[in-house]
Design a binder for this molecule. Structure first.
Ligand SMILES: Nc1ncnc2c1ncn2[C@@H]1O[C@H](COP(=O)(O)OP(=O)(O)OP(=O)(O)O)[C@@H](O)[C@H]1O
Ligand SMILES: N[C@@H](CCO)C(=O)O
Length: 314
């Protein structure tokens, strides 16, 4: 059996709407992401298990993972041996943690391995983005690519091979807090303005390009000082109960930045020390998260999607 783990990710990463994303690794070793298992079977079969399986449509044909299998069999590897594909759905849907991307990426990596098709990085990202685009209302790579490759990725059609990895300060922490309710990505995209003024477009380009060059030069504090989202956050914050309060409160506990993860409602805070991260987490547990929510103190996951031993931590 092949078992593939795909990590959660922070889309947009505040300054890079649809273009920047980072994979997350909780420091306590929790597998924050989906796992796909694939093994030989008499005929193609699909199973969905795990803590969030019940939140997905019961019809397998409506599950992205099974759709990926059918697509792969039809267009990429018609001779692939029949398979039992099991999706272990470990991330909540509509979380802002790249839940659909996790399922899609884990499934295509598992299929590529199972069928020994050895698709290129660009081919894989193309395939994955087609499926992400189906559900979120637009084609974007900022969950797919970090989930697949790990780390912080600048990612778009214009980017060579669709992905350029950026360095980060490895000492910093990222507190991710999922409040426990869903926010549909297509809905969160629907509240954004349809066009930007020239001034806003130029400022967005200046901010993102400066941010990337500063990271590349190891000037992490200067890059942090530029982190501001004027494109999505002002329009989405009213969809996320408690976000504005958290953004106002957390700097007092040591957060150097608070922003929305992807389309929300998960938020993330950047802290420079573990103590500050723990204080922010405590505040969030008390004030932002309901019984269905959770929070994790994370580093970036530099490994991306990978094979794991069957049953590890599951
Ligand atoms: N395996 C799957 N994982 C996640 N969503 C799936 C899956 N299969 C089908 N879906 C459907 O795709 C839609 C995903 O919605 P949406 O894009 O808002 O969520 P998301 O990708 O989980 O969000 P986010 O990227 O913010 O975590 C839902 O309608 C869900 O039922
Ligand atoms: N960049 C996407 C991420 C969705 O998870 C958005 O903000 O809509």
């Amino acid at each position: 059996m092949i078992s593939i783990y795909a990590p959660a990710s922070i889309g947009n990463f505040c300054v890079g709407f649809d273009s920047l994303g980072a994979a997350l690794a909780p420091i306590d070793g929790t597998l924050l992401g989906d796992v796909v298992h694939i093994e030989h079977a008499e005929q193609d079969t699909f199973k969905c298990v795990g803590p969030y399986a019940a939140k997905l449509p019961t019809d397998a044909h409506e599950n992205l993972s099974f759709q990926c299998l059918l697509h792969f069999r039809e267009l990429i590897a018609p001779d692939m041996p029949a398979a039992l594909l099991t999706l272990e759905k470990r991330l909540p849907i509509g979380s802002g943690l790249g839940s659909s991307a996790c399922s899609v990426v884990a499934t295509f990596v598992a299929l590529d391995k199972y069928a020994d098709t050895k698709l290129s990085q660009s081919q894989m990202i193309e395939l994955m983005a087609d499926f992400e685009g189906k559900v979120s209302g637009a084609r974007h790579y900022d969950n797919i690519t970090p989930c697949y490759l790990g780390g912080l990725q600048l990612t778009a059609d214009l980017v060579p091979n669709k992905a350029l990895a950026l360095p980060v300060d490895e000492l910093w922490y990222y507190v991710a807090a999922y409040p426990g309710f869903a926010l549909n990505t297509a809905k969160a995209r629907g509240v954004l303005p349809q066009s930007l003024t020239t001034h806003s477009a130029v400022e967005f380009a200046q901010r993102l390009s400066s941010y990337c060059v500063l990271l590349q030069s190891g000037r992490f504090d200067d890059a942090l000082a530029l982190m501001k989202d004027e494109l999505a956050e002002p329009y989405r914050q009213s969809l996320i109960a408690g976000f504005s309060d958290a953004k106002a409160a957390l700097p007092e506990y040591g957060a150097k930045l608070v922003s929305i993860s992807g389309a929300g409602p998960t938020l993330f805070a950047i802290c420079k020390t573990l103590e500050e991260a723990q204080q922010c987490q405590q505040w969030l547990e008390k004030n932002y998260i309901n019984e269905q929510g959770f929070s994790h103190i994370c580093k970036l996951d530099n490994l991306g999607t990978r094979a794991i031993s069957q049953g590890v931590n599951l």
